[in-house]
Design a protein around this ligand. Structure first.
Ligand code: NAI
Ligand code: MG
Length: 497
């Protein structure tokens, strides 16, 4: 491939790393999986084979859970909060020192533009580690004044929840692995990470750095493998105290059922169908750019991608034309090509799924009002697409497409309740985006929207800002104080004096 912006040596190193023999990282040691078998890792940009990852299954999961339990009750319990903080900070430094390796590995395995991996995924992971590192020394409880007879000293303490299973998807594999690992370890939990079968590469590299910076053995374990085997074994294992999951609503539902066995604590970050509301007074140029960015970034494979546009009729045509123009100009291609602005989707399966939705939308009466060009070649490319004439009953409006497909709809009435009702007409409730220059409308709409995160006039992710869903978008929150407290149990202690 010509014109690769990546340093050729670094790229060669990344390819060499991908191609080496990988094991499972359990109890501080790289082991062969019991199955003795492996599965393929591919580059979505051209479909080529990058290497093989070890196929962990139930027996390996069992070993990892035991190692995590031993570390939890032993060495990690004896590790002071300040030392946990130092280890996490050291890991952040180590990742920063190898930032470009991580970006290259992410692009190779996930397909996203290298620029995005460099500017978003890797820095976000580093900041998440540093943010949570700070919490390790600050978690604590309250003193409580009791009113019953007698004299009491009553207080609460926060204890680590225990052994955590973190199951992550393929759309931001590195950032999401770290988003789960950092608060879990900062809170004093131990962890088994299971990356998605499509994208284990950056998690493998991460495990090597965990080893290098000197985390005690068993604190962080990595089991690569498939959802139906390794993932299912984790969520059913009686030795796991908490499951933290990001992925499909379907698997989220399965996890809730499986967790009932020992009442595992569960945090779920599931699908979304984020509305983008554009009021007539919005800064239209910025709203167009924002709307395009929020649906085309990462080829739309983002849980809170702005996939439903609701624009006031006075600005609707301008919005649709503007976003369609963006779609038309987007350079779709392999993530390693420096000219690429939108990469492939992760797999042939995902490509078929997205194209299937576009076809279904058209069959049900939607119109394609703008469409870019998918790169030719063997990668899993799909065209960025703007659909109009979409109705609330259509599958493209109701279901999560997880691709670069925007459904644009208009409203004529300025009544905020009516606008919010349209936006809230979905099973999901992860995000909502509002474009307006009217401060009062911004506040009032924000309150009416049933979504875990409302963004007004732009904004992105921040490790300090809680993130999670209302309704079928999940349970609980990640990030911020709430995010780390979700890895603790609260204990009340009352002492009669
Ligand atoms: P998925 O939910 O099947 O996969 C996510 C993770 O769950 C992977 O690590 C997978 O190995 C694991 N998993 C799968 N089955 C499991 C089981 N029975 N027990 C435990 N773990 C299991 O998602 P999939 O099938 O890759 O994508 C399908 C759709 O899900 C996408 O088109 C998208 O709509 C949605 N999705 C949403 C994500 C989000 O960020 N909210 C991320 C990925 C997918
Ligand atoms: Mg699945």
């Amino acid at each position: 491939m010509p014109d690769i912006v990546a340093d050729q040596n670094a790229l060669e190193n990344a390819r060499r790393f991908a191609g080496k023999e990988h094991g499972l990282f359990i109890d501080g040691v790289w082991r062969e999986p019991r199955s003795g078998s492996a599965f393929e890792m591919r580059n979505p940009g051209d479909g080529t084979l990058l290497g093989q990852a070890a196929k962990g299954e139930a027996a390996d999961v069992d070993l990892a859970v035991r190692a995590a339990r031993t570390a939890l009750e032993g060495v990690w319990a004896d590790t002071k909060p300040a030392e946990r903080a130092r280890l996490l900070w050291r890991l952040a430094d180590a990742i920063e020192a190898h930032a470009d390796d991580f970006a290259l590995l992410e692009t190779l395995n996930n397909g996203k533009p290298l620029r995005d991996a460099r500017l978003f995924d890797v820095p976000h992971a580093i900041e998440t580690l540093r943010y949570n590192s700070g919490w390790a020394t600050k978690l604590g409880g309250d003193t409580i004044n009791l009113s019953g007879p007698g004299t009491w000293h009553a207080f609460t303490v926060r204890e680590p929840i225990g052994v955590v299973a973190a199951i992550v998807p393929w759309n931001a594999p590195f950032a999401m692995s770290v988003a789960k690992m950092a608060p879990a370890l900062a809170a004093g939990c131990t962890l088994i990470l299971k990356p998605a079968e499509q994208t284990p590469l950056t998690a493998l590299r991460l495990a090597h750095l965990v080893e290098e910076v000197g985390f005690p053995k068993g604190v962080f374990n990595l089991v690569t493998g498939f959802g139906e085997t390794a993932g299912a074994a984790l969520v059913e294992h009686p030795g796991v105290d908490k499951v933290t999951f990001t992925g499909s609503t379907e698997v989220g539902r399965h996890i809730v059922r499986a967790a009932a066995g020992n009442f595992k604590r569960v945090t779920l970050e599931l699908g979304g169908k984020t509305p983008v509301i554009v009021m007539p007074d919005a800064d239209i140029t910025r709203a167009i750019e924002g709307a395009a960015r929020s649906i085309f970034t990462n080829a739309g494979q983002v849980c809170n991608a702005g996939s439903r546009l609701f624009a006031h009729e006075s600005v609707f045509d301008a919005l649709v034309e503007g976003v369609a123009e963006h779609a038309g100009k987007l350079r779709v291609g392999p993530g390693l090509d420096p000219a690429t602005q939108m990469g492939p989707v992760v797999s042939q399966e995902q490509k078929d799924r997205v194209l299937g939705y576009i076809e279904a939308g058209v069959r049900e009466g939607a119109r394609i009002s703008g469409q870019g060009t998918a790169a030719s070649g063997p990668g899993y490319f799909v065209p960025p697409t703007v659909l109009t004439g979409t109705l609330p009953t259509m599958s493209v409006v109701r279901e999560e497409i997880f691709g670069p497909v925007l459904c644009a709809m208009s409203f004529s009435d300025g009544d905020l309740d009516a606008i919010a009702a349209r936006a809230n007409d979905t099973d999901y409730g992860l995000g909502a985006i509002v474009w307006t220059q009217n401060l009062s409308a911004a506040h009032r709409l924000s309150r009416k929207l049933k979504a875990g995160t409302v963004r007004v006039n732009g904004g992105g992710l921040d490790p300090a800002l809680p993130f999670g869903g209302f309704k079928q978008s999940g349970w609980g929150r990640e990030n911020g104080r709430d995010g780390i407290e979700a890895y603790t149990e609260l204990k009340s202690i009352a002492i009669a004096l």
